[in-house]
Design a protein around this ligand. Structure first.
Ligand SMILES: [Zn+2]
Length: 70
């Protein structure tokens, strides 16, 4: 799955802005849904491995894991 930066590049600024508007307008998700999504939402640890994102064109991630990250 593309990382946040590449998803943004794939979708484009307008679509991202539109999604944000919809998210802002939507009611907050209930606790059961949050619990169900938690395994996905708490998965960014995988991002550091750089193995899951191939970028918007499959040519490489736009936001590769930084080597100087703490
Ligand atoms: Zn990426």
């Amino acid at each position: 799955m593309p990382c946040r930066a590449c998803r943004h590049a794939i979708l484009g600024d307008e679509v991202v802005a539109h999604i944000r508007k919809l998210v802002d307008a939507a009611p907050p998700p209930d606790q059961e849904l949050i619990a169900a999504l938690r395994p996905i939402l708490t998965n960014p640890a995988q991002r550091g491995k750089g193995a899951t994102c191939t970028g918007p064109n499959g040519r490489g991630c736009l936001n590769p894991p930084s080597t100087d990250a703490p």
